[in-house]
Design a protein around this ligand. Structure first.
Ligand code: IPM
Ligand code: MN
Length: 372
């Protein structure tokens, strides 16, 4: 079994975590019966430097011809002053749009050895296992008009939150399907007490829930959801929400896991899927070999499972990550007293070593059960 992977390392810590991810995949090749070929493309600031645009056509073509896409991160202060059309972030947003990646899955699973890395109490976060399904190609991020202009009362500015019915339907359906594979609990997050788009969102979710009567649907306002997420996160299974709400909630949810450096994501549409850590390019620590590569590794695991059907291999990576954390190794972002701090490359080497012990995952499952 052979798979083509497009590598878009991007900016900041992107290249560092990407480099380690490729080494990890090469290790998987050695242990299992699969092979990967890698082709690199540019997106974000690095593409601006080379092509004068954050998303060159050849990058889009490369992605379309791949079985899956692995992305590092985009953005940095060097490009912050640029007009919006050529900002690095626009490259990422356009890539999502052009590949039709409308569903962004952000699993949030608390790893027991990391509970001390979170500012929240053990009793609040222990056992948390939820998934945010974020709409990714519509809503406030893409609506037009979006501009500054001169109106009757002087300068004004407008962003637009627009959704087509089918866009809401397909993302909510995706979330119902996912809930079916999990604990059959879906919370649809909106602001239906204020926004017209949310009222249609709610109506559509209610209509679909007739078809998915085996899934328990609940509606929650975004402000309340933000509170519940840190108050009683254990109550959540699948959360589905609008693009901007999902962006905000997922950064908040990362606090449950100990660090934003732990959260992977999968963006899914009709073509090849894209996998990326939810963290940004972290320009302040870029190039210093201190970034946490684990969100990237867990994104690799999602890619193996969802795009290639390699679930054994995916579990092997997840098991290796868990075992290294259990042994007490931490990157700097996972501050925790008495633990051994390691660099990006050391963490990479430790995880590569650990995947040799394929049996570890089973043992860890038992360990977690005892922790509960
Ligand atoms: C994310 C990021 C992006 C987003 C930025 C970099 C445009 O924050 O993937 O969550 O807002 O979607
Ligand atoms: Mn974000």
């Amino acid at each position: 079994m052979s798979f083509n992977i497009a590598l878009l390392a991007g900016d900041g810590i992107g290249p560092e975590v990407m480099f380690e991810s490729v080494l990890l995949l090469k290790e998987i090749e050695k242990l299992y019966n699969c092979s990967f070929s890698f082709r690199e493309g540019k997106v974000g600031g690095v593409a601006i430097e080379h092509y004068g645009t954050p998303l060159p056509e050849e990058t889009v073509e490369l992605c379309k011809r791949s079985d899956a896409i692995l992305l590092g991160a985009v953005g940095g202060p060097a490009w912050d002053h640029l007009p919006v059309e050529i900002r690095p972030e626009t490259g990422l947003l356009q890539l999502r749009k052009q590949l039709g990646l409308f569903a962004n899955l952000r699993p949030v699973k608390v790893i027991p050895p990391l509970t001390k890395s979170s500012p929240l109490k053990d009793s609040v976060i222990m056992g948390v296992d939820l998934c945010i399904v974020r709409e990714l190609t519509g809503g406030l991020y893409f609506g037009t008009p979006r501009e500054r202009r001169i109106g009757l009362e002087g300068e004004e500015v407008i962003d637009t939150l627009v959704y087509k019915r089918y866009e809401i339907e397909r993302i909510v359906r995706e979330a119902f399907e996912l809930a079916r594979l999990r604990k059959r609990k879906l919370v649809s997050v909106d602001k239906a007490n204020v926004l017209e788009s949310s009222r249609l969102w709610r109506e559509i979710a209610d209509a679909l829930s007739i078809e998915y009567s085996d899934v328990k649907l609940e509606h929650m306002y975004i402000d309340n959801a933000a509170m519940q997420l840190i108050k009683k996160p254990i109550e959540f299974d699948v959360i589905v929400t609008e693009n901007m709400f999902g962006d905000i909630l997922s950064d908040e949810a990362s606090v449950l896991t100990g660090s934003i450096g732990m959260l992977p994501s999968a963006s899914i549409g009709n073509g090849p899927s894209l996998y990326e850590p939810i963290h940004g390019s972290a320009p302040d620590i870029a190039g210093r070999n201190v970034a946490n590569p684990l969100a990237a590794f867990l994104s690799v695991a999602l890619m193996l499972r969802y795009s290639f059907g390699l679930s054994k291999e995916a579990e092997c990576i997840e098991g290796a990550v868990h075992s290294i954390l259990l042994e007490g190794y931490r990157t700097k972002d996972l501050a925790d007293e008495g633990k051994t701090f390691v660099s990006t490359s050391e963490m990479g080497a430790l995880v590569r070593d650990a995947i040799q012990n394929k049996y570890l995952d089973y043992e860890l499952v038992n360990f977690y059960e005892k922790c509960r």
